[in-house]
Design a protein around this ligand. Structure first.
Ligand SMILES: Cc1cc2nc3c(=O)[nH]c(=O)nc-3n(C[C@H](O)[C@H](O)[C@H](O)COP(=O)(O)O)c2cc1C
Length: 261
């Protein structure tokens, strides 16, 4: 067993993030207790054009019923070999709904298809699209409240080959996917209420998103692989986020599997 006391000072404190400090939180003057303004429930679109995705009721009937939940759980595995087949827009809409779809909204919170500590939902979904029917290749941002997509940057506007940039950002864990989900955290959404407890909750939230993506992929004959090993700076730069108030925490390339891995 490693003795963490021999680790460099900064590293050995890393373990505290895994532990609950809820008792300390009750003594802490959080921004929520100070009644500071609540951050928006979703990041506002940065473009004028939001593409409305196929309505989820029709999409669910069309793509989501091929296998049972039991079968999806049984079949789930990390898939890293994808065919050239494109995803349909219905399939993509289904996966976005399964990972972040909004089922209820009040002025303070949203309730979604995934749980989130205190219903803060601090994660934003970006997509790097390579092969999705009806979508130009490029970088997109999902707007859960609108069930819409905004095109942030077409692939050709990246200057150099966008799939090379994506591969560098994801440290070659893109696996030639049809579309790669890349999730950022906007930590303040959780920090406002939970201060130092926010970090643990945010990462737990990310796990729920990705597990739903795994199961939803299996349900529609697609596959994915969680990616925790990525280049922070290059990934943030690729998405155009500042790396401070918003940064990449997780990714998952999706495609139609070539063969069993
Ligand atoms: C948090 C997390 C991070 C992961 N990061 C990577 C990764 O960066 N690259 C990769 O190829 N697989 C990654 N995986 C997939 C695991 O390697 C995989 O889940 C594990 O080998 C078990 O295989 P299975 O998912 O097929 O059951 C990650 C999985 C999790 C849950």
């Amino acid at each position: 067993m490693q003795n963490i006391n021999t680790w460099p000072e900064g590293l050995k404190h890393g373990r505290w993030i895994l532990k609950s400090n809820w008792n300390e939180l009750s003594l802490f003057e959080t921004d929520r207790k100070k009644n500071t303004p609540r951050p928006p429930l979703q990041k506002a679109p940065s473009t004028d054009t939001v593409l409305a995705l196929p309505a989820i009721d029709s999409v669910r009937k069309g793509v989501g019923s091929t296998i049972s939940l039991n079968e999806a759980i049984h079949a789930r595995q990390s898939r890293r070999k994808f065919s050239d087949e494109a995803l349909s827009l219905d399939e993509l809409a289904y996966l976005l709904w399964a990972t972040q779809g909004v089922r209820k909204k009040t002025d303070k919170i949203t309730l979604r298809t995934v749980p989130s500590g205190g219903a803060r939902h601090p994660l934003e979904s970006y997509l790097f699209v390579q092969r999705v029917e009806g979508l130009k290749p490029g970088l997109y941002h999902y707007l859960p409240l609108d069930h819409g997509l905004e095109l942030l940057k077409p692939a050709e506007d990246f200057g150099e080959e966008s799939d090379k940039l994506l591969d560098e950002a994801l440290l070659a864990h893109n696996f030639g996917a049809a579309a790669s989900f890349i999730w950022t955290a906007i930590p303040y959404r959780s920090e406002r209420a939970y201060a130092f407890e926010a970090y643990r909750l945010i990462l737990l939230d990310a796990g729920h998103l990705c597990q739903n993506l795994y199961l939803a992929c299996e349900a529609i004959g697609a596959g994915t692989c969680a990616v925790g090993a990525f280049d922070q700076e290059k990934s943030d730069r690729l998405l155009g986020v500042d790396g401070q108030d918003e940064f990449v925490v997780y990714a998952a390339p999706v495609g139609k599997p070539k063969s069993e891995v």
